[in-house]
Design a protein around this ligand. Structure first.
Ligand code: SF4
Length: 418
């Protein structure tokens, strides 16, 4: 699809004028990730200022569990539950086949982190990632772009200075970004600058050729509340802000990734700092997670953080599943993660719009009138709602089994009608 067609489709979907989307792209405040050589067309999405908040689901294999069919099932579940995008983060098994299968099956745009590819290809040559040459690292990126990936995370802001800063101001939980830690180790081992930073122009040329959106990775995102908003994180953000301007000069669409683990009272600050330092580039947040004490429930933790982050200006939420920090997500974890993130995005959108959407008003009416089917028809996650409702035999009077004849809604109706 050409850019004008992408703009038209996004404008229609967002109920915005084509001119609004076009100007947003020109200013760098809106991106439409869409590889012009992707093997099949999908519905494009716009991410950024004034648009509905989008959500991403990370899927992909691990070294211990690598099953293409399972990843395709995760993809289908994520899309059915409402994901606007998926990222294939595969690091186990035949990752090339998994990625290509995901791209060819996906009805939504696809993102990846190509340095994982470089590391896996290095292993095939009996090398470790730190032994890779600059060209070999870029070969991994090229492979993904040529396969039709729509956006790639590149950890361009991790630098020699980051390493020094982390050494002089140590964190409790170090670096939790996989790609960020890989670049940091490469820098330390080779005593050279991060090649993604050093050869940023090459990266831009590659992205431009295929209309791939760069997602500048938060390699130094805090991995614990106690490490949030520290020098290393902010220093990386300053660098990413400079790279945003360079990307815009070249006409490459770019968004910026953000934390991570942040206490609730620092979420607004983090969003405002990012928007300011990164010149209003679309902000893609991972969570954020405002507590570290709820493993098993991190999808809920992240929905709380995501709703706040979205309200204050984050544009793209990466889901977190109940398996976060514990293991590879199952199919059910993927579903729960997407739904939690969808709820967060919806809540934030209401706040950003500053008015109650029609659907919310409809739900209130359907509830008051005990119209169950109609409630399910507009619920964000109808399957679970229906299952809960139908768990016990239904009552003839139409109320649910929570209060029975003490149903406050029915009683109110009777009182009002009398
Ligand atoms: S029975 Fe109770 S929970 Fe159920 S619809 Fe009536 S008021 Fe609501």
């Amino acid at each position: 699809m050409e850019i004008q067609e992408l703009i038209n489709k996004v404008a229609e979907r967002e109920k915005r004028s084509q001119d609004y989307i076009k100007r947003g792209i020109e200013k760098g405040e809106i991106v439409i990730p869409y590889n012009k050589k992707r093997p099949r067309d999908v519905e494009p999405i716009g991410i950024g200022n004034g648009l509905r908040i989008k959500i991403n689901a990370n899927i992909g294999s691990s070294p211990d569990i690598a099953d293409i069919e399972n990843e395709i099932k995760k993809l289908e579940i994520a899309v059915k539950a409402g994901a606007d995008a998926v990222m294939d983060l595969s690091i186990g098994g035949d990752v090339d086949s998994i990625r290509r299968e995901i791209i060819s099956h996906s009805d939504v745009i696809v993102g990846t982190v190509p340095v994982y590819q470089a590391a896996l290809d290095a292993a095939k040559k009996q090398k470790s990632f730190v032994e890779l040459s600059v060209d070999e690292i870029f070969d991994g990126i090229k492979k993904h772009i040529e396969d039709g990936v729509d956006f790639i995370t590149v950890h361009t802001g991790v630098s020699k200075e980051s390493l020094e800063r982390l050494r002089s101001n140590p964190r409790v939980s170090g670096v939790v970004s996989r790609g960020g830690s890989m670049m940091l180790e490469w820098i330390a081992y080779n005593n050279k600058e991060n090649p993604l930073k050093e050869y940023f122009e090459t990266l831009l040329d590659m992205a431009k050729e295929y209309n791939v959106t760069l997602s500048l990775g938060d390699g130094l995102r805090p991995g614990a509340l106690v490490d949030a908003t520290d020098g290393a994180q902010i220093q990386e953000l300053i660098l990413l802000g400079e790279q945003v301007l360079r990307a815009r000069e070249k006409g490459v669409m770019v968004m910026v990734e953000g934390p991570g683990h942040i206490p609730i009272h620092e979420i607004e600050t983090n969003i405002r700092i990012q928007k300011s330092l990164c010149h209003n580039a679309p902000f893609y947040v991972l969570g954020p997670l405002p507590t570290d004490l709820a493993p098993g429930y991190d999808h809920i933790v992240s929905a709380i953080g995501g709703a706040m982050a979205g309200y204050f200006g984050a544009d793209f939420l990466c889901y977190v599943t109940p398996a976060e920090h514990l293991g590879l997500p199952t199919l059910e974890d993927v579903r729960e993660g997407v739904i939690a993130s969808k709820i967060a995005a919806h809540i934030a959108d209401i706040g950003r719009e500053g008015r109650i959407p029609e659907k919310e008003k409809k739900m209130a009416n359907f509830r008051f009138n005990l119209e169950w089917e109609k409630q399910f028809s507009i619920a964000l996650a109808p399957e679970k709602a229906r299952k809960k409702f139908e768990k016990y035999p239904q009552r003839a009077d139409g109320v649910c089994t929570m209060c029975g004849e003490f149903c406050a809604l029915r009683r109110t109706r009777r009182a009002l009608e009398k």
